[in-house]
Each structure stands twice: as C-alpha cells, then as structure tokens.
Design a protein around this ligand. Structure first.
Ligand SMILES: Cc1ncc(COP(=O)(O)O)c(C=O)c1O
Ligand SMILES: [Zn+2]
Length: 413
C-alpha cells in the first residue's frame, strides 16, 4: 500500500492532502512535491523487498507512488520495465573517466525517458477520473502521453511547436490525439496548453505544474541505485531542459536515503545545449535566479526552454549535491552521437548530450578522472533521424555481378 500522504510545497512548505488539486501550490504558486511517510515506511520496507519484485517501472515502487490502486498501474502500463544500465569501457576511455555507465531510457516503449513521467501522470488522470489529458511537448513527452492515454482510454491534446521533427510528430499522431501546433517555441507551447487546460479543466501532464510527472520520473534514481547494488555512481549526468529529470532524480535519491536504502547522494550534473543554456549561464555566474535566455539556432529542437520554470530549484540542487550545470555545443553533441553509435547505441541529440557534457567537463578539468559516472541516454536516435551522423561506408548501388566478382577485402579498406 502506498505511503503517500499528500503534497508539500517546495517553496512555502505548505502541506496539502492527497485529494488536493494536482497543480501548483494554491498559496504561493510554488512547485508541489508528493510526500510520503518515509519514517513509517522505513520500518516495514527495505532493499530486499524491492530486489525481490519484478522490475516493473512504477509498480515495483508502489509504496512510493501517489497511486492508490495497484490495478491502475496495469491499466496504464505499456509494459515498461527498468531500463538497462550498460557499462562501456571504450566510452570511459574516450571520456577519460574511470567507469562510464549508460542508463538506456532510449529503450523505453515510446523511445524516451518520457514514459516515466507520462505513465505516472496517466495513473493520476485515471484515479482522478479526468477525461482529457494534455501536454506541451518537443515531441517525446507528447508521444508518450498520447500512447498512455490511448492505452488507458482517455482523450489527449498535445501541443507542439511548428517544426517538430517528423518522427516525433509521427509517433504522436499514430495514437490519434488532438495535436495543436503552436507558432513559437517551447515556452509558447507550454503557455498555450496551460491556457487550454485551465479553461477546459483538462489534466495537464507538464512536469512541475503536475506533481505526478516527477513521481514517475524519479524512478531513474531508484533504478540507478538498485542496479548499482545500492551504491549510486559518483556523478549522474542528465540532459537539462526544463530540469524535470534532474529534480525528479534528486527527489528519488533523497527518498531512498530517507528509507536507508542508500548512504550517499551522487553529484547531479545537467547539460544544456549552448544554443539555449539559461541554467548553465546562471550556474557559471554564481547566480541563484535564472534569467531568460535568448535562444540561438541549433540542430536540436529539444531542451529549448528559454526560461525554465524550475530553474532556481535546479540550481539549488546542483549546488547542494556538489554538481554542475554546463553546456555543450552542437558539434560536441554530434561527436557524442557518433561515439555512442560506434559503441552500438543510437541516441538522439538530447540523448547524447550527457556524454558530450562529461567529455567537456573532463577536458576543462572540472570533473576528476577517477569517477564512476552515469549518463542518462534519454532518447532514441530514431526520434530524429535527420540529426544522426552517418558513419562507415555506403557504396553506390552495385550490380550483383560486380559484387560477386569483387574481393571482399576491398569493401573493408
Ligand atoms: C530525449 C529527451 N531528453 C531529455 C528531455 C528532458 O529534459 P528535462 O527533464 O530537463 O526537460 C527531453 C524532453 O523533451 C527529451 O525529449
Ligand atoms: Zn507554497
């Protein structure tokens, strides 16, 4: 049974019961975190219990989810399991760290980490009997929401900015939601959907506006901890846009520490595209507030939040954990995509940016070499094939006879 006791405001500490609206703090408009009675839970639940359960993404952690009925998990789930954690020696060498682990969220059912927040959001929508769910998205979250809404039998409205990559629009539309194209950027799409949600009384799944989203996303931390034998990596490196995956993972590690499952908090590191790096800029300047960033062109359309709503909370987390917010250029991310590809992994730009960030931090000497580092590979390269570096050799179309008379080694030179 869930140990969920309600919500707590991250800004004014106001406490609200589980029945409260799943939105921002009614007193100060701050971000609400779902709260659990971890003290009571610590007496009856520990590492062994989690280890003994099947690795279902949310249900394994049912006591730490804001979900009342176990049947809800199954109604919503697309079969999500813990994503693999791969160790790569060649990439560790390339990045010049002692151990490099890749958390493979690119392998989740709709091809990105967004299956975590969206499955929890859909559980909330089902239990609150919301008929319509909505979300602004650079594509991945929209696809995951559309898929989970279709699975659960709810109607979905997805806001995208015009110019969203074709594969992302395709993987949204296959589930037949309503798609609203918003002229402008990611921040405009979010505002547009917030306005529709308010007036239509729809269940907005956006992270921070909806506390369920972080509850799903925090399973990144739970899985990393259990996959590392409850000894989390020295540093965990995330793509950084809205900061949802960083904030959620922080919450997850904190909860595991409160339960006595882990003894240390890893350093949390976030990597933005240089083209849109408001949090990295504030971090570098030693500021506690995040100013709007004037975005410049980039090959990525993801992580393009010019004024992230949770920027200040993210800055606090980077500093508290001894972490860093930094940025990587398009070229650095392209190079990281190529390296991952040569290691057997196809990541989209936002899925490769964590590795690009580690490489830059090592080059700049801002990260020690003797660390065990985990990078979140958050999105599949198939989401954005236009951005993929094309390596290896591609011959012209050759007649069969020419191939049959060719020396095989000629193809390998
Ligand atoms: C592939 C990928 N990685 C990461 C993120 C999100 O990062 P954040 O949680 O900071 O918004 C997104 C969001 O669209 C994404 O599509
Ligand atoms: Zn508040």
């Amino acid at each position: 049974m869930s140990a969920w006791v309600g919500f707590r405001c991250t800004q004014c500490a106001k406490e609200l019961p589980p029945e409260a609206e799943a939105g921002l703090c009614p007193s100060c408009k701050g971000i609400l975190f779902a709260a659990y009675d971890t003290a009571a839970l610590a007496r009856r639940l520990g590492r062994r219990d989690f280890e003994a359960r099947p690795p279902a993404m949310l249900e394994r952690w049912a006591e730490l989810m804001p979900v009342r009925d176990a049947a809800t998990f199954r109604r919503v789930s697309l079969g999500e399991q813990a994503s693999p954690l791969l160790e790569s020696e060649p990439l560790a060498r390339a990045a010049d760290v002692s151990r490099l682990l890749l958390k493979m969220d690119a392998q989740l059912p709709t091809g990105s980490l967004k299956d975590r927040p969206m499955s929890a959001v859909m559980c909330g929508a089902v239990e609150r009997k919301a008929p319509v769910v909505c979300m602004a998205s650079s594509g991945n979250a929209g696809a995951s929401m559309a898929a989970h809404a279709a699975r659960a039998g709810l109607q979905a409205v997805i806001g995208v900015f015009a110019g969203v990559p074709a594969a992302k629009l395709c993987k949204i539309r296959v589930h037949a939601p309503t798609v609203v194209q918003v002229a402008g950027g990611m921040d405009d799409a979010e505002e547009a959907i917030q306005s529709l949600a308010r007036r239509g009384h729809w269940f907005n799944g956006e992270a921070f506006v909806n506390p369920y989203a972080l509850e799903g996303e925090k399973t990144i931390a739970y899985e990393l901890a259990i996959q590392c034998g409850w000894d989390p990596p020295d540093a965990v490196v995330f793509p950084l846009g809205s900061a949802a995956c960083v904030v959620a993972s922080y919450k997850g590690f904190q909860e595991l520490a409160a339960l006595g499952c882990i003894g240390k908090m890893p350093r949390l590191i976030g990597v933005q595209f240089s083209a849109c790096a408001p949090i990295a800029a504030a971090f570098a300047a030693g500021q506690t507030q995040v100013a709007r960033f004037q975005r410049t062109p980039s090959f990525s359309s993801t992580l393009m939040h010019e004024k992230p709503f949770a920027g200040e909370l993210a800055l606090r987390i980077f500093r508290e954990t001894g972490g860093i917010a930094t940025a990587a250029t398009d070229d650095e991310v392209r190079a990281a995509m190529g390296l991952l590809g040569q290691g057997g992994i196809f990541a989209e730009p936002a899925g490769a940016i964590a590795l690009a960030g580690v490489m830059r931090l090592r080059r700049e000497g801002r990260l020690e070499p003797n660390l065990r580092v985990a990078c979140l590979v958050s999105g599949n390269g198939l989401n954005y094939i236009e951005a993929a570096p094309q390596g290896g050799k591609l011959t012209e179309p050759l007649p069969l006879g020419a191939i049959q008379s060719m020396a095989p080694e000629a193809l390998l030179s």
